[in-house]
Design a binder for this molecule. Sequence first.
Ligand SMILES: [Zn+2]
Length: 293
Amino acid sequence: MPELPEVETVLRGLQKSCLGQWISQVEVGHPGVIVGKPETFATGIEGRQIAAVSRKGKVLVAELAGRDNADEAFLVMRLGMTGQVTVEACATPVEPHTHVRMQFEGGEKELRFRDVRRFGRLRCSTRGELDALLASLGPDARQVTEKEFLLAMRSRRGAVKSWLMNQQMVAGLGNIYADEALFEARIHPLAQPDRISAAAGRRLYKAVRKVLKKAIELQGTSFRDYIDIEGRPGNYLPKLRVYQKTGKPCPRCRSSIRRMVIAGRSSHFCPRCQRRPRQVAEMRGPRDRQAKP
Ligand SMILES: [Zn+2]
């Protein structure tokens, strides 16, 4: 569930507290969260220094420098649904579902990866593996230009809601911010990307940027498990306008917010501000796929 603003918040925390740290020891409690063999993962990371941290979409990358002329390595972290990355004193009691601990040299602090549902993944990658992974993602939702954004919508069918969440198109959005951006842009979640007008496409582009910027300023949304690296929740929750607001009044027109399932995911929208496009209404029938509030 962490999306771009939450991952960006974690990234900023890591930049503040982990840059320059040497990793002396890696402990893997649950191999299920590691891509590849846990032993290879641990030996790939131990004895290296965190030289840089970056992000593309929801993927976090720590660049690890070795001593002498060792090859560079990259720690790639995906938070999945409930993954949490924290930096804590080694003496702090370890919470259940903490699957990986990386002790920093000096023995005082460590990075911990906790994940209740275990959809998150950690991986030690070579430069080639990292490049391939990042190339499989579309442009980052904060970096994408309006031109790239509109281009990616061309000849895309299906629901714009699914398109927004497709990481190969634009990387970083999930269910929360896709719903919020579509509401901001007054676009129905079932609208088809290649049939959205250029004006509406530009509106959506601006809405995505606006929603993400504000959410980053407020350190993201904590619906359930998300916390930053110091264990603090995000502050964007009270700013949500449609996500999980089924039956509540639309903040713009007071109509009841509706919920609808698209590709297995809940979508929340205002039926008045976000008019259902005609071709979709004809194709599917007016009441088809509409979930009860
Ligand atoms: Zn409305």
